[in-house]
Design a protein around this ligand. Structure first.
Ligand SMILES: [Zn+2]
Length: 386
């Protein structure tokens, strides 16, 4: 949700301009602090930032993005396996036109990934279909010491300057080239082009790494719980932390997601255990698209359809609870990629009854300066009993 001041909004940020009464009331009745989710020396990815928000120092645990997503998809990794994120992307005239291949449907994507696996897969090299444009490759002893590029960070840039570089770079490049030839005349793409949608012109491999292990919530805090998210990455972090992370039907990771289903699933987790981590991807996706109007709408939907109902549910039970609202990292519409600046985090110990006082929940909290590392504050909140 985090962003920069925007001229069209009279110099306000999106969090300042959006209609978010629930979040502002939580901020008003609780405590709001500026937190650093992306420690110095790490890259501002959702993986790093959400590790922080779950209370783990990324500098200690992070091995790469794809191994986390593999855990989320329930794909076991052996010690000599390297996992890669495999995007379906649209490259046009040599430039990265769309890192999401027009938010391709999972059904279409699986046809492409399945065909690719049939033609290029082999023993020790397997493509796994995921959600929409997000897929995985698991490659036994695959190249790992290679610099790869997140495709959402190179919108409209010439892809030639961002191809994998380093030891065994050609092996990765060859797979990407192969997909380009295979997808060129693919029926899925022909239909997409006919309907005016971006075709998936090729795969883009990045985010590689070996498996990682985390100490679980039960052991660390004596808590049982779950993670609600549309994306494999966040569900993977949840599973690695020993939390349940079921798929939610209709959860898309975009503004058309099944908000009601996610909230219901969150309430179910809370009814049978102690802790739930609800992640909404839509504001980030809209930031990557540079779509100001849609990102504002996504933030407002989060407030109205996720924060509001969950808060009401907690209040209506009348039992002590702690509610935390935060953003993982900024995805400014101006840059269309993640940035490392601190973000606001609000927490509230309830029940509090009717709240009328609102307080800011935006990038100006504490003058915009980080007060605390996110993982330190989260650990403290998870350990502290009311
Ligand atoms: Zn993102």
């Amino acid at each position: 949700m985090g962003d920069y001041p925007i001229e069209e909004l009279s110099g306000r940020t999106l969090l300042q301009a959006a209609w978010i009464p629930n979040i502002r009331k939580i901020s008003g009745a609780g405590t709001t602090r500026m937190v650093q989710t992306v420690p110095e020396g790490t890259a501002p990815g959702s993986d790093v930032a959400n590790l922080s928000l779950l209370g783990y120092d990324p500098r200690e645990y992070y091995t790469g993005r794809a191994p986390i997503e593999a855990a989320g998809a329930g794909i076991p990794l052996q010690p000599d396996d390297i996992a890669y994120r495999c995007n379906l992307v649209t490259v046009s005239n040599g430039a990265m036109k769309d890192y999401s291949a027009g938010e391709i449907t999972s059904e279409e994507a699986h046809q492409l990934i399945h065909d690719l696996d049939r033609k290029a897969g082999k023993d020790g090299l397997k493509f796994h279909g995921g959600v929409s444009y997000r897929h995985l490759l698991v490659w036994k002893n695959g190249p790992v010491e290679v610099k790869t590029q997140p495709p959402h960070d190179i919108a409209n840039q010439p892809v030639d300057s961002y191809l994998p570089q380093g030891d065994r770079q050609d092996e990765i490049r060859r797979l990407m080239d192969f997909s380009r030839h295979l997808f060129a005349e693919h029926p899925v793409n022909r239909t997409r082009i006919q309907h005016g949608k971006n075709p998936a012109t090729q795969i883009w491999l990045w985010g590689q790494g070996r498996s990682l292990t985390l100490k679980g919530y039960q052991e660390l805090y004596g808590l049982r719980g779950g993670v609600i998210s549309a994306v494999d990455l966040i569900r993977g972090l949840g599973r690695l932390a020993g939390l349940k992370a079921d798929k939610i039907p209709g959860a898309t990771g975009f503004v058309d997601t099944n908000f009601e289903g996610k909230v219901r699933a969150a309430m179910n987790v809370l009814n049978e255990s102690d802790f739930v981590f609800v992640h909404v991807e839509a504001p980030d996706e809209c930031g990557h698209k540079g779509n100001l109007k849609l990102k504002k709408e996504a933030i407002e939907l989060f407030d109205a359809k996720v924060v509001g109902p969950i808060w009401q549910h907690l209040e209506s039970k009348g039992e002590p609870y702690r509610l935390v609202i935060c953003t993982d990292h900024r995805t400014p519409v101006a840059t269309r990629s993640h940035t490392s600046e601190p973000v606001p985090l609000a927490y509230l110990d309830g029940p509090v009854g009717l709240v009328s006082r609102e307080a800011p929940f935006d990038e100006t909290v504490n003058g915009g300066k980080a007060e605390v590392m996110a993982f330190d504050l989260i650990r403290e909140l998870l350990n502290r009993r009311q």
